[in-house]
Design a protein around this ligand. Structure first.
Ligand code: ATP
Length: 200
């Protein structure tokens, strides 16, 4: 379903990825760990076709729709959270207002608030970033450090959300330094010295 084979990537002659491979399926939750700068975001950017690998392949079925939260997502800073989500969803003509409002409410964001994103806390921005990655029925969801800045209650909701995505037969790939309590991962990988290895 999502098959990544022997990815290699260097930046300015510095090798970041030497051999990254995995083969995963819809309905799974995958964890990729690795130190700062080990190349986790680089793998996501290659899968999301933001950058090209120097070598290696990414294969997925034709019906795949990628949703991604990578690094600090860019938003229209002077617009509200709902306006931002509406704008992003309309790019793909998949805007479903009721669904988006429900996702915001469930995550503790008020969809009717006029507060501009510029005034959002880190956790609120993360929530908006997670929502935009899932709001259009994307089936391959890449989340880079999704729990950064989330409080306990929001973490519990995040766990619930990921478990729901798994039940809805979506693939969720989470890159993070640590494991999230309450989440069961189908596969765990560790990225070290450019090589992705299976853990346990
Ligand atoms: N466009 C680029 N140009 C030059 N170097 C880059 C570029 N993108 C990434 N790098 C470098 O590649 C390495 C891997 O970066 P990457 O963001 O993939 O790591 P990461 O594992 O996601 O890190 P973190 O845990 O800190 O988010 C870093 O040394 C980074 O500086």
């Amino acid at each position: 379903m999502l098959k990544v084979a022997h990815l290699q990537k260097s930046f300015n002659h510095k090798v970041v990825l030497e051999d990254a491979s995995f083969d995963v399926q819809l309905g799974q939750v995958i964890h990729i760990s690795g130190e700062n700068g080990s190349g986790k975001s680089t793998i996501f950017k290659i899968i999301a076709k933001i950058i090209k690998p120097d070598a290696g392949q990414v294969q997925m079925t034709e019906d795949s729709v990628i949703g991604a939260l990578i690094e600090n997502p860019g938003f229209l800073e002077f617009e509200s959270g709902l306006t931002n989500l509406k704008f992003l969803a309309q790019l793909n003509k998949r805007y479903d207002e009721n669904k988006v409002k429900q996702l915001m409410t469930d995550f503790g964001l008020n969809p009717n608030s006029n507060r501009s994103v510029a005034k959002y806390s880190l956790g609120m921005r993360q929530k908006l970033g997670i929502i935009q990655a899932i709001m259009e029925e994307q089936n391959i969801i890449l989340l880079d450090e999704p729990t950064r800045g989330l409080d306990q209650e929001s973490l519990a909701h995040f766990v619930q959300l990921v478990n729901q995505l798994r039940s809805d037969n979506k693939l969720v790939v989470i890159a993070s330094h640590d494991f999230q309590a309450g989440l069961k991962y189908d596969f765990k990988y560790r990225l070290k010295d450019g090589v992705l290895r299976s853990e346990d």
